[in-house]
Design a protein around this ligand. Structure first.
Ligand code: BTN
Length: 242
């Protein structure tokens, strides 16, 4: 895939960089690899309809546009996996050890440092265009009652948001060179997967249960060992109980 970051658009304020990117794509105005970042999002969106609320100017909120992705919808998880691993690798450069809470929340211990919202445009059964929205907490020091952390809280150093973005783009380009189906990504993802092979508490439609995460199926479903055998879950079908 060609280089990410060939074009970088910096917005002072926008509802959501993912929405803005989607509109530019509709207008046919955006080239593959464009990055849209915003100092402030007034309606930052998270997974499953949640909000992404961070202090303006203190964090990275941006979207990356991938064109001609050509990935079967059955394997859309490969995008999630690649972006999750790119964030984990990137944060490791700052000596921040992270875990991936399936499918794509990036945690340091019990606190979230980054989140990913990927929105795809599908033609037939293939993903053609992808908007990869990333929120990465950089300089924020107070998250109120949210269980969240930032690069600053973990390293004690304030950083330029732009420098962090450029440096992340480099990591992403390196990983993309290996391709979305690179088998190394499977190992890298599983190595960081929170609660892998540990007996833990969950809830599904049948109620609370003790189970063990065994991995992630190629279609992105979480593989969990329950007393009656292995069950595969989509995001809405299982809840982690701490
Ligand atoms: C999550 O963990 O729930 C996903 C959060 C994704 C937030 C980013 S910030 C940039 C992009 N624009 C959005 O509206 N959301 C994503």
């Amino acid at each position: 895939m060609e280089q990410i970051g060939r074009k970088i658009v910096r917005l002072e304020s926008v509802d959501s960089t993912n929405n803005y990117t989607a509109n530019l794509i509709k207008g046919g105005e955006l080239v593959h690899g464009s990055v849209i970042m915003a100092v402030e999002q007034t309606n930052g969106r998270g997974q499953m309809g949640a909000e992404w609320l961070v202090k303006p100017g203190e964090n990275l909120t941006f979207s990356v546009f991938l064109d001609n992705v050509n990935l079967s919808v059955n394997y859309q998880f490969f995008l999630t996996r690649l972006v999750s691993v790119s964030l984990v690798d990137f944060l490791a450069k700052f000596n921040i050890p992270t875990a991936i809470k399936w499918p794509n929340d990036i945690y340091v211990n019990d606190k979230k440092i980054a989140g990913i919202l990927i929105e795809n445009k599908v033609s037939g059964s293939f993903i053609q265009k992808s908007i990869i929205g990333i929120g990465l907490n950089v300089n924020q020091s107070d998250f109120g009652n949210l269980e969240a952390t930032s690069l600053f809280l973990k390293t004690g150093i304030h950083r330029s948001i732009d420098d962090v973005l450029f440096s992340f783009i480099k990591s992403l380009n390196t990983i993309l060179e290996g391709g979305l189906t690179n088998p190394k990504l499977e190992d890298a993802y599983l190595k960081r997967l929170h609660l892998l092979n540990e007996k833990s508490s969950f809830e599904d439609k049948e109620g609370l249960f003790e189970g063990t995460i065994l991995g992630v199926a190629p279609n992105g479903r979480l593989r969990v060992e329950k007393s009656r055998g292995e069950v595969h879950y989509s995001l809405k079908e299982i809840r982690f109980i701490r």
